[in-house]
Write a protein that binds this ligand. Structure first.
Ligand code: BLA
Length: 328
């Protein structure tokens, strides 16, 4: 699984200096534009998307994804909610897609992901922020393509040099409590899983984390070396397909999307946009990957979790080692 040297990763990651907290908020001047930065609004994820697109464009050549034509002008059922669906591709990025929602009663959603081409075993950039009224539910991670508990070489290759960044934010954005136990297999040791009450301060910290995680992912992408071994490309494709299959079936956002778009459109957004690839990168089914969800007549159990809510505290230590005994 190793292809690029970890020394090269360390070097480049040190160069991509992390953001000082607050740098992104009031009064600072845009690095590239020279224009004053807009203060990060407590009630919007728009600046997150703008930053991600601007920063990614500095690293690679982005072109609109074919999905844009189909989904770019999707409208919600009501006329009070604003949504934006954006999608691009780039030489190493199979799909960069973003769904943002601004609704009534403080509803704000950002689901932003970058999925690599199967020739690269890069992690998947994943930002999932859900805000309703005063509550924020946040997952921010470079989701590993391979389960890092089983694949130590993969963990060392991609996360070895990022653990200090992960722990800086683990302190600022504390573990959000028990979650669907199965999700942990898709998370890295630097995952930020948190819940907090809305405030400008917390929003600024989250923006800063988003900026730093995105920059870190782009460095990994820059250094990513195209795989030529056919069996590894097949394995990468299947690993991404498994990830997409999990998320397309069990994503906690589905109920919200159903309310916004209606059932049929919500399904299309999930399978055809957010987790595009689930119907084309492989032919295995959800139950092929996750047979424990099988119930009578071959149906998929509708419960989100079979193992139940687990991991009351952060199950990774500072070195990124999995601490098994806190699974209560
Ligand atoms: C809650 N979202 C959650 C939770 C997680 C995630 C872990 C806590 C509930 C749980 O334990 O399952 C996110 N889970 C993930 C991610 C992965 C995973 C990113 O397995 C990746 C492998 N969230 C969205 C979108 C919406 C959304 C687009 O990304 C809405 C449109 C909403 N997430 C949302 C809501 C909850 C939630 C409403 C709380 C509902 C609940 O806990 O059931």
């Amino acid at each position: 699984m190793e292809s690029a040297s970890s020394t090269a990763f360390s070097f480049a990651l040190r160069r991509s200096s992390s953001t000082k907290l607050g740098e992104a908020s009031a009064g600072s001047v845009g690095r590239r534009t020279g224009r004053p930065c807009v203060r990060v609004s407590a009630l919007s994820y728009r600046q997150f998307v703008q930053f991600a697109l601007d920063e990614t464009a500095l690293h690679t050549r982005m072109t609109p994804s074919p999905l844009q034509e189909r989904f770019g002008s999707m409208k919600p059922l009501d006329d009070k909610t604003e949504i934006e669906l954006l999608s691009y591709k780039a030489p190493k990025i199979r799909l960069l897609r973003s769904l943002s929602i601004q609704g009534e009663k403080g509803l704000q959603v950002l689901d932003f992901a970058m999925l690599p081409e199967p020739e690269y075993d890069l992690p998947i950039f994943c930002a999932n922020f859900f805000t309703a009224a005063e509550t924020n539910i946040v997952v921010l991670d470079l989701n590993p393509l391979y389960d890092v508990i089983k694949h130590k070489d993969y963990k060392d290759k991609y996360y070895g040099d990022l653990m200090s960044l992960g722990f800086k934010y683990a302190e600022l954005l504390p573990w959000g409590g028990k979650l669907t136990g199965e999700s942990l297999r898709f998370f890295s040791p630097m995952v930020i899983w948190t819940r907090f009450k809305s405030s400008q301060h917390m929003h600024d910290i989250l923006y800063s984390a988003f900026v730093d995680y995105l920059k870190a992912w782009l460095v990994l992408m820059d250094l990513g070396i195209r795989e030529t071994d056919a069996s590894r490309i097949i394995a990468n494709r299947e690993a991404q397909h498994r990830y997409l299959t999990w998320r397309a079936e069990k994503d906690p956002g589905y109920e919200v999307l159903k309310r916004l778009f209606g059932e049929t459109h919500a399904k299309n957004v999930v399978r055809g946009f957010l987790f595009d690839g689930v119907d084309s990168l492989g032919s295995k089914t959800f139950l092929d990957y996750f047979p424990e969800y099988q119930c009578e007549e071959g149906r998929v159990n509708e419960k989100r979790s079979m193992i139940g809510k687990s991991f009351a505290t952060r199950p990774w230590n500072r070195k990124g080692e999995f601490i098994e005994n806190c699974n209560d």
